[in-house]
Design a protein around this ligand. Sequence first.
Ligand SMILES: *Cc1c(COP(=O)(O)O)cnc(C)c1O
Length: 637
Amino acid sequence: MAHALQRWTADKSRELYGIREWGAGYFGISDSGELLVTPEPGRFDKAVSIPEVIAGIQERGLDMPVLLRIENILDTQITLINESFRSAMSGLGFKGSYLGAYPIKVNQQHQVVEAVTRHGKKYHHGLEAGSKAELVAAMGMLRDTEAVLVCNGYKDEEFIDLGLHATQLGFTCILVVEMPGELPLIIERSKAKKVKPILGVRVKLSAQANGLWSESGGDRSIFGLNATQIIDVIDRLKEADMLDCLQLLHYHLGSQIPNIREIRNAVAEASRVYAGLVGEGANMRYLDLGGGLAVDYDGTQTNFMSSRNYTLDEYCVDVVEGVMTVLDEQGVDHPVIVTESGRAVVAYYSMLLFNVLDAARFEPDPLPEVLPDDTNIHIRHLFETLQSLNLRNIQECFNDILYYRDEVRQAFSHGKITFRERAQGENVFWETIRRIATLSRDLPSLPHELEGIGQALSDIYYCNFSVFQSLPDAWAIGQLFPIMPVHRLDERPTREGILADITCDCDGKIDRFIDRQGVKRTMPLHELKETDEYYLGAFLVGAYQETLGDLHNLLGDTNVVTIRVRDNGEFDFVSELEGDTVEDILSYVEYDTKHLLTRFRETAENAVRDGRITAGQRRAILQAYKTGLQGYTYFER
Ligand SMILES: *Cc1c(COP(=O)(O)O)cnc(C)c1O
């Protein structure tokens, strides 16, 4: 018990929640226990307190959950990637250059693409479009003609024509041939429009990558051309007198590649292909490595799927060196290296903030000292097992209570005991489990069967958000995100719990958390207070989560607030987007709210006619219905 008496400090929270490991210098904790965020890694003199931002959000009348964006973190990430490539290139004497292209699919929100193009201008950071809609967005947003506009994805005539128009306008628009069937159409449309396009080919590499997201690389990848098909492209371009249009080689191993070895292998193989294309007479200029630059979500710096075993600088050096090694050997000029990093650019800049609505605890009712004489025999067995429990017979007691609980359940099924007696039996069972859990803390190692015991007894914190809407990858592919309280971090978190959302779906929960040793099944939380809200944040959610989210249980888009941190550490609210209202959501699923209201008026009028309510009550009910239509889809206090 001695440790419980020691004072808890912000430093202990830093350690416990691993914030230094996953926070990349953007997140810290103040001595008063508030979570801080800074747009300049490590500069906590310029940090903003998240609870202070929450207070500001609430003063402005917006409810939780809120997706909070720190605009300048996006600027910082773009700067870091570009500067890191620059310094790797100058350090190694690379004679080409670097251009980034932000893949719109990673977060298509207007605000995000706008911010990327605005800040990216300094580095001619371009865009990557994988569909017509994305290309239309890109052509509207991009102004910088020195930046690349890479068109991937399966292209129909309209897509190709749009790309050719972009070229006419002066954009460095590159049409990447992903499928053999696209080329004849591209040749035909270019000739028809008399536009000389810049073309790329996407190669299927044999280098495989492991990871949750990475099946798009390798022989089995859906997109891309194999060697024979690329040779065929060259021959067709020659025939059409367009071989000089082929200037880019593209590949994409998949997203979140945790292992640098796979990245290096792919770079080496792709560089050989690049040299091969030069040898074939193509006018090669760009080597585009696609995405894959991973984010260290769990902070372990390992090749675990939610981490990466390399730093940004190592990534850049390895890529540049890998390209140089092959091309120098082949006597080929250094290219413009393009990467389409999305996740690494946007992940850090958004966090989801939400409040906790309630908590459920597994705490059995107190048991009597002795059981009444008429107690059922099965319950008596359970009780005696509990009384005999000690450090040496944990395993045996555990087996026994499982057995006796089954007896209780069977007796109930056969009508031999009452429902109340069954509840009594379950209560003794859980009290025994609780005591086993307490005792087993003093064991050097836990018997195998008892491993899940902590989780079985953990609290459930009911949180005001939807996993399906806001953290879809946590549900769909088991991705881990760092999650922690944003205040009270100078207090000891005395509870262990999992998080449940408000969708009332059994999958609507988070019960896997980041951990230095892999994955944790519960997370440390503070006791809820009667009077104060308790706020948690899910971090590094800027990539992929926003548009992959769905309307499960008709919980809609959350409010989105963007702040910009000033040089002196103060901050401005730069924009707020109100989340979906009930009316918005209903219209997505094809309800006409006018029609709904008309029907509801009739229902209410019928109730008046039947004498259930008065006309005055009808008016109040209709008002509540209308307010409901305009309300937020989440829990409002
Ligand atoms: C998804 C995708 C990307 C982005 O990958 P990240 O790992 O998020 O950087 C880049 N290029 C292509 C072709 C993609 O499909």
